[in-house]
Design a protein around this ligand. Structure first.
Ligand SMILES: Cc1cc2nc3c(=O)[nH]c(=O)nc-3n(C[C@H](O)[C@H](O)[C@H](O)COP(=O)(O)OP(=O)(O)OC[C@H]3O[C@@H](n4cnc5c(N)ncnc54)[C@H](O)[C@@H]3O)c2cc1C
Length: 474
């Protein structure tokens, strides 16, 4: 992962249908290369007729974010108790917790707040992990798995309580989420998941096909599990709101402050930026799938999986009343998973596994239009206004990792696609563990290192699989 490649597709307004390359995203070069993508022949946005030309390729969350945090780049020599690297959910939750505990904390973000996965995601605040709870306990052992399951069962509660406490302006809706069965086998899987959750006392309800149709506005699903602990947020606003609350509680928050080099001497960590250095007893690395190389620290090991989203124009009032009338966020049981939800302004968002940053991305765009028409024919040919994608840090066992880069230091990553609740919990618990010296407060045990093998091959496998699935079926 030494070299990285930066590409994107942007429409040239003077020559309709013509696209050019520019920088929007970075990802491991071998993943792209092995996928066999040729960067020179991109034809994408111009070939998709119902996308409005001016705004497509933007991230909806950037356009509608109502939270702001005033920041500047880090300069000079600063000392702190804790230095946090990365301004996503994990880093911001940690900075907030540390500031509330009275610690002197400095957060360093390479770009703008939430520029990584936190500002690109679907906004489903779910309890637990993707992996069903029985499986988590099987993989980790009963005691460790039960501890992680219990910590993450309460994650939506923590997220929504922080939103309320700090008045975070992030479109919070806590009406639950719907995990929808896309097939008969998906329904079987959901029944099993439902039983596992119910046996742990989770407030879940199994819905049949007609009930799911009434809740979603789509007759396409075989049933769904409704989890009333969960909900939806505007994820970038939540991230920025955490950072703003942390700053108001005394945290130093710096953007455009990539940490280039970290060293340790005199029992302290020294995080170097372009114009300064932050010295602290404790170090938290919270860079996840958007890690920018830091000399002196081994990077997180994960398989990069991409997930894209597209948002329609705001639906008219009739369309809104029939589609997700109770505003639950949804995702399905398909192997190449897709998601859908509404935002506060009445847009419908559809998402799925896949990257928009390569030459075959028009497959995903075409699939999204067809999928919307299949799920919600009542929408008609509604234009798509926004399209964006992001990178997920997937681990081979689909479990998050806490790695110890050295004494008094933790690196947390690998949420494998479920990071709003987990990132908030892990960031906060890491600080509690630093502050008390009690690592039992962490949701899982830190390891000295974590390795992943055949990363590029696996990434290519997932992206190629998503393309093939999107060509083959809805
Ligand atoms: C498209 C998509 C959809 C998703 N949907 C959901 C969902 O609906 N629900 C859910 O729970 N989860 C979802 N996830 C997962 C979730 O978004 C992530 O797990 C979560 O955002 C990870 O947060 P983080 O703070 O650990 O990392 P990030 O948000 O990625 O933050 C890492 C930050 O570190 C910064 N950084 C990197 N290197 C350096 C450096 N050297 N110096 C300084 N800063 C640095 C980056 O710029 C970045 O801002 C989704 C992810 C994606 C990509």
């Amino acid at each position: 992962m030494a070299t990285r490649l930066a590409v994107c597709v942007a429409r040239t307004h003077d020559r309709p249908g013509v696209t050019r390359l520019s920088v929007i995203d970075t990802f491991p070069d071998n993943a792209l290369f092995l996928a066999g993508h040729r960067l020179a022949s991109i034809t994408t946005l111009g070939s998709t007729p119902n996308m409005s030309a001016q705004r497509v390729q933007q991230n909806l969350w950037q356009a509608t974010c109502r939270e702001q945090v005033p920041t500047s780049a880090q300069e000079g020599q600063v000392s702190a108790d804790l230095v946090v690297v990365g301004g996503g959910f994990t880093g911001c939750s940690a900075a907030l917790k540390a500031a509330e505990l009275g610690m002197r904390v400095c957060l360093l973000e390479a770009d703008t707040m939430g520029k990584g996965g936190s500002g690109r995601n679907v906004g489903l605040v779910n309890a637990g992990l993707w992996t069903p709870p029985d499986q988590v306990e099987k993989q980790m052992g009963h005691e460790a798995g039960e501890k992680l399951n219990a910590a993450l069962a309460g994650a939506p509660g923590l997220v929504f309580s922080l939103i309320e406490k700090h008045w975070i302006n992030c479109e919070p809706v806590r009406n639950g989420t719907l995990h929808c069965a896309h097939s008969a086998s998906g329904l079987k899987e959901l029944n099993s998941r439902f039983r596992q959750l119910e046996s742990r006392g989770a407030p879940v309800t199994m819905l049949d096909g007609p009930q799911t149709a009434a809740r979603t506005g789509s007759p396409r699903f075989y049933g769904a599990v409704h989890d009333s602990r969960a909900g939806t947020i505007q994820p970038l606003a939540y991230c920025a709101g955490l950072a703003r609350a942390a700053q108001q509680s005394g945290a130093m928050i710096h953007t455009n402050s990539a940490v280039t080099h970290i060293d340790r001497h005199n029992d302290a960590w020294h995080a170097h930026t372009a114009k300064g250095v932050v010295t602290a007893k404790y170090l938290l690395m919270a860079t996840n799938a958007y890690h920018v190389d830091v000399k002196g620290i081994a990077p997180p090991a994960y398989v990069p999986i991409h997930f894209f989203q597209m948002a329609t124009m705001p639906m008219d009032v009739d369309g809104r009343s029939g589609i997700l009338p109770d505003l639950e966020g949804c995702w399905d049981t398909a192997t190449v998973m897709s998601s859908f939800r509404r935002d506060e302004e009445g847009r419908l968002l559809i998402g799925a596994v896949g990257s928009l940053n390569h030459s075959a991305a028009s497959i995903h765009r075409d699939w999204a239009r067809k999928k919307l028409a299949c799920l919600f024919p009542q929408l008609g040919d509604i234009p798509l206004e926004y399209a964006w994608c992001g990178r997920i840090a997937m681990t081979s066992d689909h479990l998050p990792k806490i790695v110890r880069p050295g004494p008094d230091a933790l690196m947390i990553y690998g949420y494998s696609g479920r990071g709003i609740g987990p990132g908030t919990v892990f960031g906060s618990r890491a600080v509690s563990a630093f502050a008390t010296g009690n690592e039992d407060l962490l949701p899982l045990r830190p390891v000295e290192s974590h390795l992943e093998t055949r990363i590029g091959l696996k990434a290519a496998y997932y992206e190629t699989g998503a393309c093939l699935a999107h060509i083959a079926r809805l």
